[in-house]
Design a protein around this ligand. Structure first.
Ligand code: NAP
Length: 268
């Protein structure tokens, strides 16, 4: 990689990067295509000032991660329609000082699911009603899935279900709902390091005809995924969604189709 006066900077706004594979993933992809871009992770202390920095330093675009996906919305100039309905942003493009927010999480999740299944008329249980669940819920509805939002805080499930136009319930209804489901997606943070030994779904409820997706990427093999595999379910790792949401961002950053295989290798 040769950095010069023309190099376009892609930043990433988050609070820690200890486990992130994203800089390898993007910088290898830029190198492979001979693009004069560099990807730099920034640990954000003050989000408002960081966004001013994007404008004032001419940073071409940024990825946005936990915990800034919702808070950043108020500092941007506009959102595309998808980010607007979700109310959260995972990518910002700087067009001559005008900052536009988009969200590739939902479509990234759909692309990961579609690697192994069609979604039209499938009964999908979506656990969670936070940022990731919001992005996925709208995208699943767009695909014609029959969606039920299940969340610990039932009011949050209800709010999201009303916005999307689908069913909702509390965690106590999982055992009833799962008996007729085709796909179950964990979009909560349950099972994430350091609470690797937790799952919201009893192993006895998992049946071989179910597809189980877990958005959690640390660890890759969550308790839910491990138990689902043991019960013969088909599996979608959170890492597949991570890849596809990054692939979609790459196109927004560069205007060029991403080299998917190179990006995929970086996640291994
Ligand atoms: N693979 C990917 O590409 C990708 C992309 C985005 C996010 N993620 C992952 O998805 C997960 C959720 O992220 P997020 O941004 O949506 O987080 P978030 O906005 O903080 O939402 C967290 C969700 O988890 C639920 N939850 C948390 N602790 C719980 C517990 N002990 N029992 C039951 N429910 C619990 C919350 O329920 P309440 O409403 O009741 O609090 C809420 O629905 C994280 O692990 C994140 O790393 C992965």
């Amino acid at each position: 990689m040769k950095i010069n006066g023309e190099t376009k900077i892609i930043g990433f706004l988050g609070s820690t990067y200890k486990t992130s594979k994203m800089y390898t993933l993007y910088n290898r992809a830029f190198d492979k295509l001979g693009l004069n871009f560099v990807y730099i992770p920034f640990v954000v202390k003050n989000l408002k000032k960081a966004v001013e920095g994007i404008r004032n330093l001419g940073i071409a675009g940024v990825g946005v991660t936990i915990p800034f996906k919702i808070e950043i919305v108020k500092y941007l100039d506009e959102l595309d329609d998808n980010a607007k309905r979700i109310g959260a942003v995972n990518v910002v493009i700087n067009n001559n000082g005008k900052l536009t927010g988009s969200n590739t999480d939902g479509l990234g999740g759909i692309k990961a699911l579609k690697e192994i299944t069609d979604l039209r008329n499938k009964k999908v249980l979506l656990l969670g009603a936070g940022g990731a669940a919001r992005a996925l819920a709208f995208a699943l509805k767009d695909e014609g899935a029959k969606l039920t939002i299940i969340n610990r805080t039932v009011e949050e499930a209800e709010n999201l279900a009303k916005a999307v136009g689908c069913r909702f319930c509390g965690l106590d209804k999982i055992s009833k709902e799962i008996s007729t489901a085709d796909i179950l997606i964990n979009s909560t943070s349950v099972g994430m390091n350091p609470n690797d030994n937790q799952s919201l779904v009893e192993k006895t409820l998992l049946k071989p005809n179910l597809i189980i997706m877990d958005l959690v990427t640390h660890p890759k093999e969550t308790k839910l995924i491990k138990e689902a595999r043991e019960k013969g379910c088909r599996i979608v790792y959170g890492e597949r969604m991570l890849l596809w949401q990054a692939v979609l961002k790459f196109k927004l950053f560069t205007g060029i189709e991403a080299p998917v295989e190179i990006m995929e290798e970086s996640l291994c």
